[in-house]
Design a protein around this ligand. Structure first.
Ligand code: ATP
Ligand code: ATP
Ligand code: MG
Ligand code: MG
Lengths: 257, 257
């Protein structure tokens, strides 16, 4: 079956959705089949992949709480090789609804039926900016967690809390949960603070920090308004080459593990 | 009593905490007394104001759920005129704990006792990046909401959902809730997308969009690692002059309303 990777960091605006969309597109470009599950009530991954609100009839909310079948929620996107379970703002009531449900952190794991997932190589779970039940569900369902880390002071502060949460999920519900990697995002080489954050991250996390660093590149923030990944919006951009390099690095890590 | 302003936007990383800290410092520089209540489990506002983890004995969690008195939770910060109710990661379990409590969206409003607040001119509520019970508590307790809006596509998408939530809070629990303003953040004039977002926001929100625009300025992201506001870290920076201008604009708006 596929490798299920949660893309998570409770710090907001660090590049989770941008990484989910563009890494999925880069893997698809290399012939992999990728399913993206949008677990963020903002639905940014769904919008960035061109799914209009009116087309989001069955969503991640239905998958988690209304017994919808995975195969019915999955839909194609304009990117060949990338499919999605879309999200709407309904998902913002999921946390409270799940708080009152038995087995509330394994609802997603149970919804991901192996037969439907057979045809995918990767499943990405785009998480909201919190350590809520939605993110915990993703961590329980995943084989590994990819952590986008913005090269900023506040972002570094949250990393140790995220690692503590991963450890407690590993001990309580998902003993096989690994760290896929920590990927530096919005990196500006001219900025001292960014260099400090990188040095700090590599010192504390070692080889878990990906070799590939995603630079700050305006083409990445423009692409979603055209419902494209950066790979087709501006194939020669620094953003495109960075996510292609990250895709190769992820495949290499996957093959080794 | 003071004007209570929630600084909210469910989109992550748009400058909520940066605005809370630096606007508070700019108002204090003008002689106002400001209380900042950190409602984000990340505790970024507490860290940015130099409150070490070991010094956060009583926190916003205790205020909301353990019956701690506001006067006991408030502590001073290194910035004259700025006090804080600090937060720790304990707050991340607040949502689930509040979900099971009677009157769960007015816990903060009830904890803000008027006698203690008398000595302040402004109370800022720094919200987490979600429309969770913590943010709803802030909207129920506040007179108005200040919305930092990053000049980016995904950030604009969330604005209408935020406005819907404000309307439903106004209808259900807080009829006087107003919009203090929408303030554009991390604005880069050379960037087409930013200009589009500004034009779009001014067209849909009109005068609610503040005249003051906060430019992208690396000094703003460096200041918190020195536990200073940008006003003392680099008083002559673009970030400092922008937040001073925003403070003057807020005072002007307050005087008119
Ligand atoms: N490398 C980059 N260069 C420039 N802009 C970027 C880059 N990565 C992301 N962005 C932009 O920064 C903003 C934040 O990124 P994104 O929305 O992907 O983060 P997120 O972690 O998913 O946010 P949230 O916490 O709200 O879910 C977006 O407007 C996005 O377009
Ligand atoms: N005008 C600016 N120029 C440059 N950097 C900025 C600016 N405003 C904020 N930042 C930086 O951008 C990052 C996001 O800002 P901040 O943490 O204040 O956003 P937030 O909305 O509070 O995030 P969260 O949703 O996680 O609470 C921080 O690292 C901050 O230092
Ligand atoms: Mg996102
Ligand atoms: Mg914040």
């Amino acid at each position: 079956g596929p490798r299920v990777v949660a893309i998570a960091n409770q710090k907001g605006g660090v590049g989770k959705t941008t990484t989910a969309i563009n890494l999925a597109a880069a893997l698809a470009e290399m012939g992999k089949a990728v399913l993206l599950i949008d677990l963020d009530p903002q639905g940014n991954a769904s919008t960035g992949l061109g799914i209009a609100i009116t087309e989001r009839t069955l969503t991640s909310y239905d998958l988690l709480l209304d017994g919808a079948r995975l195969t019915d929620v999955i839909r194609t996107t304009p990117i060949a090789g990338v499919s999605i379970c879309p999200a709407t703002t309904d998902l913002s009531s999921a946390d409270i609804a799940m708080a009152e449900t038995e087995g509330r952190t394994s609802l997603l794991r149970e919804a991901l039926d192996a037969a439907t997932l057979q045809r995918f190589d990767y499943v990405f779970l785009d998480c909201p900016p919190s350590l809520s039940l939605l993110t915990l569900n993703a961590m329980v369902a995943a084989h590994s967690v990819l952590v986008p880390l913005q090269a900023e002071f506040f972002a570094l502060e949250g990393l140790s809390q995220l690692m503590l949460t991963l450890r407690s999920v590993r001990e309580s519900a998902n003993p096989d949960l690994r760290i896929e990697g920590v990927v530096l995002t919005m990196y500006d080489r001219r900025n001292n603070l960014a260099q400090h954050v990188e040095a700090d991250a590599r010192e504390t996390m070692g080889d878990l920090v990906c070799r590939t660093v995603i630079p700050r590149n305006v083409r990445l923030s423009e692409a979603p308004s055209h419902a494209q990944s950066v790979l087709t919006y501006d194939p020669a951009s620094k953003g495109s080459s960075a996510y292609r390099a990250l895709a190769r690095e992820i495949i290499e890590r996957h093959d080794q593990s």
